[in-house]
Structures are given as structure tokens and as C-alpha cells.
Ligand binder design. Structure first.
Ligand code: FDA
Length: 393
């Protein structure tokens, strides 16, 4: 029902629901409006359907923002342990997969059910399939015109996410609202996204499609050690998604395959032990066969190990462990997990997420210029920013 509330939250995603719960628990009358047919659609598909709902190591260092200090306050006031306690209260079983990443044992739907149950318990109204039109300031606060009528409230929370996965209803709506109210937006771009290669390199790499290997990906002073995946479009896997958030068009990244192994040392030992074997056979000890073949061929290494000088072996090892590659681009918002940039944090109060110059207007979650690494950090930001706004609305 259209009508008057204390708080209108636009967006029934992770951040919006969290904010609504906290505000409802504080006795505020809250309505959450969303154009989608179901709440938390990104939660549902996250973490391969098991939702990597937080990371026990989450701290400000795991986030990109024009102001790296901005996220500190919210992250300190609603921690991974706070979210774990909520999950425990709802009897949801979870496990740590790797690197502090926590996943549901069963299904991401458990998290959505938990949030909708909490909203219900806090008296929050959820209005789905509601198209949002004009937003105006009124004497009482904000007037939001929708396909279901006009809603009014003292506080308006924008939790409509970023631009990633437009197929799922991502709209860039928050940035338009920021512009309407004169708030600056840090340039947005796709983050946590597979990188593409130019056609020539892609053709050369095409036999490698489907191969995964442990790798360290470096860009400037930033490095991530996780799996690298060769695809029919270019490079993907957790290591690439992580570094993609730091990479800009035209720049190189350095790929170190099998970073825990001294490949040159291994080749030298192999040469001593069995000079008659091929370099490809020696490399196949540590690399998938097709990958070993690719490097041997691309470096033009012919003959058996006894024929190779140390310099030659060093070149081969460098190709594997110091591979400088210039991606041609990224797969864009179509597959990006997050949107980098967003509402400039300089215009928001870090304790409440309220716009400094527009009383009663709040921005939370992915639409803000705070973007986490891969691994549960983005949900932790959604919960934390939603919670602190829910305390303030
Ligand atoms: P979110 O996008 O979740 O919600 C926004 C809501 O606003 C949506 O319900 C949308 O329908 C609604 N909306 C948008 N425009 C609107 C409009 N104009 N009018 C009305 N409603 C509107 N992170 C993580 O930490 N762990 C993980 O495992 C994953 N996995 C993952 C997988 C995939 C495939 C993707 C795409 C992303 C992830 N993420 C993730 C990232 C994570 O999903 C993301 O950071 C959060 O969902 C952001 O939460 P928000 O609430 O800010 O936006």
C-alpha cells in the first residue's frame, strides 16, 4: 500500500534488507520497494548458489575506494562475527571454504529466508514488482512516485546496487538519484570481471581453454594468489577477477604460474636427472599437459633436455613465471560481479551513510564507492553499511 512511513528503502538486496531490519527493530515504520519479483536475487545466485556471505578476515584493507578510510567505521560497527551470530540464530549451517570465505552448507536461499523472516519480525513491509519513478523532496521528507502509488517518508535509503549483471535488473538508478541531489559520483567501471585478450593472442591461447592452474597475478604493488583459468574469451578464475579491479585498459599484468615452485630449478634438476626427456615431459610434472606444451612451443624449445642451455631453460621458466600480458579489455558489466566507483564517499557521513548536504537521504551497499575483493567482502560491506544506516534513519 502506498502511504506514509518513517523510512523508504529502495532495493530489496543485501544492503536494503539489512537496513530495513535494523530500522524496523528500532521501531521505525519501514517499507522496502523493489522492481524485481523476488528479494535478494543476487544473494540467490552468489557463491555458486551457496552465498559466500562474509569473510572472517574482512577489514578496510580488502576494499577499493577513493577514500580507503571511509569503510572503517561501518565495518567496525557491524563485523563478520555479528553476521555469523545472526546466521547461527537462524540455525543456518555454514563452512569456511578457503581464505576465510564462509559459505552456506545448503543454499543461498537460507540467507534470503533469514533476511525476509527478520524483516517480517521487525514489521517491515516489502513491496515487490514496484517500478520507481520520480523522487521529490517534500515538507515531510521524500515523496517517491511508483507504479503502486506515492510513498512518503522522512528518510529515504538508496540501496539499488550497481550496474553489474543488467540481465538481473541492475540499473545504475542510484547514480541518477545522486546526480539529482547534486552528489558527486566516482566514475564507475566493472570489477571482479574476466579479462579478454586480443584476437591474435586469443587464437594462440585457444587450445588452453578450460585449463586452471595456481597462479600469482601482479599489478603494480598488488598481488593475488589464487586459481587462474583460461577461457574461450580470455582469462578468468579468482586470481583474474581479483586483479581486474585494479587493472585499467592499456596496462599489463604479470602472471606467475605455480608461484610456489621454482620452475627454473625444477628444469635444471630434470636436465641432470634425465637428459633424454623432452622439456614438455619435464614441465608436465607440474603443469597440465596442454599448458606445458603451449609454453614449450611458444618459446620454441626443441629437442631433449640435454640440448637446452641453462639460459634457454631460464627463458622457458620466465615465460611461465614472469608472463607479462596486456588484456584487451574486460567482459564488462554483463559478467562483472561488482561495480567499482559509485557515490563519492566524500559526500556521505561514514558513520551513518547519510548524504552530508541532503538530510534524510542515505546511500548503502554496492552503489557507494566502496568495493570489496572477491571472497565475501562485498556482502560484508552490504551488511555493515545497511546496518549503520538502519541505526540512523
Ligand atoms: P543488490 O544488487 O544486491 O540489490 C539491489 C536491489 O535493488 C535489487 O533487488 C534490485 O532489483 C533493486 N533495484 C535496482 N534498481 C532498481 C530500481 N530502479 N527500482 C527498484 N529497485 C531496484 N559478493 C559476496 O560477498 N559474496 C559472493 O559470494 C558474491 N557472489 C556474487 C556472484 C555474482 C554472480 C554476482 C553478480 C555478485 C556476487 N557478489 C558476491 C557481489 C554481491 O552480490 C553484491 O556486492 C551485493 O549483492 C550488493 O548488495 P546491494 O544490496 O548493494 O545490491
Amino acid at each position: 500500500m502506498a502511504g506514509r512511513y518513517d523510512v523508504i528503502v529502495l532495493g530489496a538486496g543485501a544492503a536494503g534488507m539489512m537496513c530495513a531490519i535494523r530500522a524496523g527493530q528500532r521501531g521505525r515504520s519501514v517499507v522496502v520497494l523493489d522492481h524485481a519479483g523476488a528479494p535478494g536475487e543476487k544473494i540467490r545466485i552468489s557463491g555458486g548458489g551457496r552465498c559466500n556471505f562474509t569473510n572472517i578476515h574482512a577489514g578496510p584493507k580488502n576494499f577499493l575506494s577513493a577514500n580507503p578510510h571511509f569503510a572503517k567505521s561501518a565495518l567496525a560497527r557491524f563485523t563478520p562475527q555479528d553476521f555469523i551470530a545472526l546466521v547461527a540464530r537462524h540455525g543456518i549451517a555454514w563452512h569456511e571454504k578457503t581464505l576465510g570465505q564462509l559459505f552456506c552448507d545448503n543454499s543461498a536461499k537460507d540467507i534470503i529466508r533469514m533476511l525476509t523472516d527478520e524483516m517480517r519480525a521487525a514489521g517491515v513491509q516489502l513491496r515487490l514488482r514496484t517500478e520507481v519513478g520520480d523522487i521529490e523532496q517534500s515538507a515531510a521528507g521524500y515523496r517517491v512516485s511508483t507504479s503502486e502509488g506515492v510513498f512518503e517518508a522522512t528518510s529515504l535509503v538508496i540501496a539499488t546496487g550497481g550496474k553489474s549483471i543488467p540481465k538481473m535488473g541492475a540499473t545504475g538508478f542510484a547514480y541518477r538519484i545522486a546526480e539529482q541531489f547534486g552528489l558527486p559520483v566516482v566514475e564507475t567501471r566493472p570489477g571482479l570481471v574476466p579479462l579478454t585478450l586480443d584476437p591474435q593472442l586469443l587464437q594462440l591461447m585457444s587450445p588452453l581453454s578450460g585449463i586452471a592452474a595456481p597462479a600469482e597475478l601482479r599489478h603494480g604493488k598488488t598481488a593475488f594468489r589464487e586459481a587462474l583459468l583460461f577461457t574461450h574469451r580470455g582469462l578468468s578464475g579468482p586470481a583474474i577477477l581479483q586483479i581486474s579491479s585494479y587493472w585499467r585498459e592499456g596496462e599489463d599484468i604479470t602472471v606467475v604460474i605455480e608461484p610456489d615452485i621454482d620452475v627454473f630449478g625444477l628444469l635444471k634438476r630434470a636436465k641432470q636427472a634425465n637428459g633424454r626427456q623432452s622439456a614438455q615431459t619435464a614441465l608436465a610434472e607440474i603443469l597440465p599437459k596442454r599448458l606445458a606444451q603451449h609454453f614449450v612451443e611458444s618459446e620454441g624449445v626443441a629437442g631433449n633436455m640435454a640440448d637446452q642451455s641453462d639460459k634457454r631453460l631460464q627463458q622457458l621458466a620466465s615465460a611461465i613465471q614472469s608472463w607479462s600480458v596486456k588484456p584487451s579489455g574486460s567482459e564488462g558489466y554483463r559478467t562483472a560481479e561488482v561495480t567499482l566507483g559509485g557515490i563519492d564517499t566524500a559526500s556521505l557521513d561514514s558513520r551513518t551513510m547519510q548524504a552530508k548536504t541532503v538530510p534524510g537521504l542515505f546511500f548503502i551497499g554496492e552503489c557507494v564507492d566502496v568495493t570489496g575483493w572477491l571472497g565475501g567482502y562485498n556482502f560484508q560491506w552490504a551488511w555493515a553499511s545497511g546496518h549503520v544506516a538502519g541505526e540512523a534513519v
